[in-house]
Every structure is written in structure tokens, then in C-alpha cells.
Ligand binder design. Sequence first.
Ligand code: NDP
Length: 338
Amino acid sequence: NKQVIFKDYVTGFPKESDMYVTTSTIKLKVPEDSNAVLLKNLYLSCDPVMRILMQPVVPSDFSSYTPGSPLNGYGVAKVLDSGHPDFKVGDLVWGANTRWEEYSLTTATESLKKIKHTDVPLSYYTGLLGMPGVTAYAGFHEVCSPKKGEYVFVSAASGAVGQLVGQFAKLFGCYVVGSAGSKEKVDLLKNKFGFDDAFNYNEEHDLDAALKRYFPEGIDIYFENVGGKMLDAVLLNMRTHGRVAVCGMISQYNLDQTEGVKNLMHLIFKRIHVTGFSSLDYHHLYPKLLDTVLPYIKEGKIVYVEDIAEGLESGPAALVGLFKGRNKGKQVVVVARE
Ligand code: NDP
């Protein structure tokens, strides 16, 4: 059973060498009288939050990785054997505690969701039809309280969450601009995901000036994925009664201390609502996400770009790549296709 093991707690940027691949043995059978499930892991999700779990102290919703144990995260798997009445051989599932290994014997069945719709790529259950989908759907529709015609700005806009927020906002009737870290990603935003406009933040030495260029009348909704300097520049450009949905702050995850935000007083000047939110609180919206998004996928009204890394061995590089912007779209690791 090939596994990706977490070596030790990380400071600064995560490196491939913070993980290693090893092989152990596992019996491909659920023990007698056990209600465990034996899973063959198919697709693993690389998520920025995994960097936070590489620290010894983490927020209460999470637990740190254990040095010497496999990484875990969201993933898609197939049931190979089952002692649990709710799961049978051949079922496809997705869930939050997928270990980075080929096969897993688990009793944590409460976090497994059965996959009912298999006429879409299974890997989508790590993204569009999984946790990032819930995040984008709830984050935009619930947290941002959007109105038709509003001006929306999305950072890390070509990633797993951002590309969906932009498309949800367009379908809703907003004007949407995204930022990303390369020309190629900016082209994706404009030509594939249908953003009204987009810019490469690495080419803008003055983010405030860039935002004024793209939003001469100001921003109503900021979907925050990066934090730091971008957030500071955005605050200057928010409109009165604007809303900031704080989804993540990836630019801060590898720093010892978060960067100072100078423009916080604009929260008051402009009566801005800033709401931090977690997808963990919105799983009740999952059926709504499926009802909304499955027809859109079939009608071609929503597209989803994935960056597929082949093989468990490619996992560490794929995960580390999130923090260098190497992924183009949702980063997925394929362990097996069936
Ligand atoms: P992405 O697929 O967007 O991958 C991460 C991207 O972040 C990179 O490709 C890179 O794109 C960008 N990035 C990396 N470092 C920096 C930096 N220093 N400054 C600016 N951009 C950077 O990831 P996700 O869509 O999965 O996640 C996006 C955000 O949403 C993250 O902050 C994540 O933690 C958060 N999140 C929060 C959830 C919640 O429940 N609140 C749930 C899921 C995600 P580029 O080349 O454009 O820089």
C-alpha cells in the first residue's frame, strides 16, 4: 500500500521534502465483525488548508497532521469491501478524511458521502461537486448577498474556488473581474470562464491603481482568497455598504506573522460588511449545489478546469505547487481511475 507520509511540522513554505512516499502492507479485506469500510482511493484533492494542518497548533475546526502518518484530505474512493450496512462493494464515495494512500481501511464512515451522479468526471467531487463547490456556492450566494448588476472582484480567480465564484456571479448577472498570477491564467479567466475582465497581479506594482482601472465606480463584492496587500488595496476601492466574503488568505499561510492591513478604517468609512466563513457550515446546501450545477455542466453553462497530477508519487509536488501558483485550475492527484 503506497502512502505519502507527513514528515514533520513545517515553517515557511512547504517543500516536497516535508513528505515522503513509502510502502506498507494492508489486508484487502475488512476484518470479521467490523463495521469498517475498505476503500480504494481514486482522486485526492490538494487544498491550501493542508498547509495550515502542517502546523502543530491549528484552529479548533481542524486537527494537525501527525508526523509519521499519511496526509489526509478530501478525496474520491471506491468501496472494495464493507462491514457497514450503508456501504456496499462498488459504491463510489467522496469525503473529508481520505488518506494519501492507495487503500484505506476506515471506520470514519460518517464523513463519506455516496456519489449518485456518475455521468460527470468523478474527479469533480474533489472540486466543483465537492468542498470547493460548496465554498464557492455558499460563499457567493449566501455570504456575499449579491444583487444583479453589482461589481464583483475575485482573487486567486482561476483556482478551484475562484473559477466557480466568477461563473456563479456571471450567471447571477453581476460584473466580474478576477486576478491571477500569470498571463495564461488571465486568458483562462477571460476566455474560458467568461469573466468580464481580469489582470495579472504580478504585473501590477500598484494594486490600488489597478483596481481603480478595473473598477472606476468601485467594488460591491470582494471574494477574498489571498489576503495581505490585495485586501488592503481592495478596502480602498470598496463601495459604501460593500461586502467582503473572507474565504481564505493564501498569501499569509507561509508567513510567521500575518502582514499588516493599513486600510481597515475603510470598513467604517464605507460601512463594509466583512464575513469570514467556512464551507464546514454550509454542507446543508450540498443538494442545492448539485441541483443547480449538474444541469449547468450538462448544458455547458459552467466549465471546470482541473490540473491533473498522475500517481500518488506526484502528490507532494502538486500540493507544494499551490503556494507557487503552479496549478492551473483545481489541483487533483490521480491515484487510480477505477
Ligand atoms: P487554488 O486552486 O486557487 O490554488 C491556490 C492559488 O492561490 C494558486 O494557484 C495561486 O494562484 C494563488 N496563490 C498562491 N500563493 C499566493 C500568494 N502569495 N498571493 C496571491 N495568490 C497566491 O486554491 P483554492 O481555490 O482551493 O483555494 C482558494 C482560497 O480559498 C484559499 O485561500 C483557501 O484557503 C480558501 N478556501 C477556503 C475555504 C473555506 O471554507 N473558507 C474552503 C476552500 C478554500 P495565482 O497564480 O493566481 O497566484
